[in-house]
Design a protein around this ligand. Structure first.
Ligand code: SF4
Length: 63
């Protein structure tokens, strides 16, 4: 599972970082970035929760 954060939508709420800190990090500008190429299978459920929790719907499934 590959995911991206749409930087045009992300507004630095950091919900995703709080939920799955091993997958999401914060950039210098405060927006989120994805730290992994592929989401580890054991974190897929948490990532789906982060996707649903993002108030801007900025986390996109790329693959
Ligand atoms: S929860 Fe959404 S808006 Fe907030 S930092 Fe993560 S991707 Fe950006």
């Amino acid at each position: 599972m590959k995911i991206t954060v749409d930087q045009r939508l992300c507004d630095a709420h950091a919900m995703c970082v709080a939920l799955v800190p091993s997958v999401f990090g914060l950039r210098a500008d405060g927006n989120a970035e994805v730290l992994v190429d592929d989401v580890p299978s054991e974190l897929v459920d948490e990532v789906y929760l982060a996707i649903d929790s993002c108030p801007l719907r900025a986390i996109l499934i790329a693959d």
